[in-house]
Ligand binder design. Structure first.
Ligand code: KG4
Ligand code: ZN
Length: 370
């Protein structure tokens, strides 16, 4: 059941549920009508009739639960989401000062992600929607990430190039407008987040090793070791990071017992290699499309060196760069509720049937119908 523009109520309370991997996230976004701007249509601009504002959010991370296993255990992830989602919804509704009957739309992450984990969020969302007789909307997880910079006080405007760097994806997308995504390039093997995680693991760091590696890198020398910059000089906008972890493994084996003494330098050198490729390709994407705005999204967007390096490169090219606030870089419910709100704003809220739901563990953002 989708909402037609005519049905769109004055004010909408939108619940977002994220359970694609190892975080249970729930948030409430309110869409409020704003004064139409007289004459804006004459300028060829789309009048925004509604404005989204985040009212409440809650997050439970499963890091501690997965840590002993060195990575995410899918079955444990699903079971934990089952225990967390309903209490998180109750907390969010309480924070927002609302009851579930006040909800106008229930959004959930439909994919990509772990099938069992996705099914938990989808099942709860669909049950709630059916019980309340409210519409249900499945959101693409990467669209959530891609739109997360709109949670900032100063949001970007379309069109822009988006560098999407999460644990499972490294993509450069051209975002022409809401829902219009063109894939410019992507990793042909490991994602950047995966390269951070796998390299960190080789250095003996605990899961989630990517963030730990970047922490360690702060006190290391980035030129101490030379790691490959795959596809740095290729003419396309693709990435490849699988060779990097092999190179780190070779270096770790070579150092043997000396590794401990070089961990900071190794971490800083790996980070420098990944960041250099991400920056170079992002700037090449901007040059190719002619866009003047870069948006960075996904967990690796929390990386401080990446943020600083992109800031400097964009300043040099007089291009604006937008990052989500740090807490919205990694998975959360706010980005899912916001993506749903923006779909409503743009009349793209055609959703899932009222009494059924699906999850798409493998789902390309390019396949999202505009
Ligand atoms: O977007 P996200 O939370 O989950 C996915 O949708 O995959 O991204 C998680 C990824 C992990 O690979 C993690 O190592 C990486 O983001 N990450 C970082 C940092 N914080 C999280 N990588 C580098 N530096 C960080 N500070
Ligand atoms: Zn994610």
């Amino acid at each position: 059941m989708g909402l037609s523009r005519a049905q769109t109520p004055q004010k909408m309370n939108i619940l977002g549920i994220e359970t694609s991997c190892d975080e249970s996230g729930v948030a409430l976004v309110q869409l409020l009508p704003i004064q139409p701007q007289v004459g804006i249509e004459l300028l060829g601009l789309k009048p925004f009739e509604m404005q989204a504002s985040l009212k409440a959010h809650e997050l439970h991370t499963q890091i501690a639960m997965h840590q002993p296993y060195g990575g995410v255990v899918p079955e444990l992830a699903s079971r934990d989401h089952i225990q967390r989602v309903v209490p998180l919804i109750q907390e969010v509704m309480e924070q927002a000062g609302l009851a579930v009957r006040d909800l106008d739309l229930i959004a959930y992450t439909k994919g990509p992600g772990l099938a069992g984990a996705l099914l938990v969020g989808a099942g709860v969302a669909a049950s709630l929607a059916a019980a309340l007789d409210k519409p249900l909307l499945g959101i693409h997880h990467l669209e959530g990430h891609l739109l997360s910079p709109f949670l900032s006080e100063v949001p970007p405007s379309f069109p822009f190039v988006c560098l999407l760097v999460s644990g499972g994806h490294t993509q450069l997308m051209r975002v022409k407008s809401m829902g219009q995504y063109e894939l410019l390039g992507q990793s042909v093997d490991d994602a950047a987040g995966e390269a951070f995680d796998k390299s960190g693991k080789l250095l003996g760091l605990d899961y989630p090793a990517g963030a730990a590696l970047s922490q360690l890198a702060m006190s290391g020398n980035p030129t101490a070791f030379v790691f490959p910059r795959p596809l740095l000089h290729s003419k396309d906008l693709d990435f490849s990071f699988a060779g990097l972890k092999t190179s780190v493994l070779t270096q770790v084996n070579k150092l043997g017992e000396q590794v401990a003494a070089h961990r900071e330098d190794l971490a800083a050198s790996v980070q420098a290699a990944i960041v250099e490729v991400l920056v170079k390709k992002s700037m090449a994407a901007l040059a190719q499309t002619g866009d003047r705005t870069l948006v960075v999204a996904g967990g690796v967007g929390a990386n401080q060196l990446l943020r600083r390096s992109l800031q400097a490169a964009c300043e040099k090219q007089k291009v604006s760069v937008f990052f989500p606030p740090l807490k919205w870089c990694t998975d959360n419910g706010a980005m899912i509720a916001l993506a749903a709100a923006m779909r409503v704003q743009y009349g793209l809220e055609q959703g899932t049937k009222a009494y059924g739901f699906e999850v798409l563990p493998r789902w390309s953002l390019g396949d999202l119908a505009a």
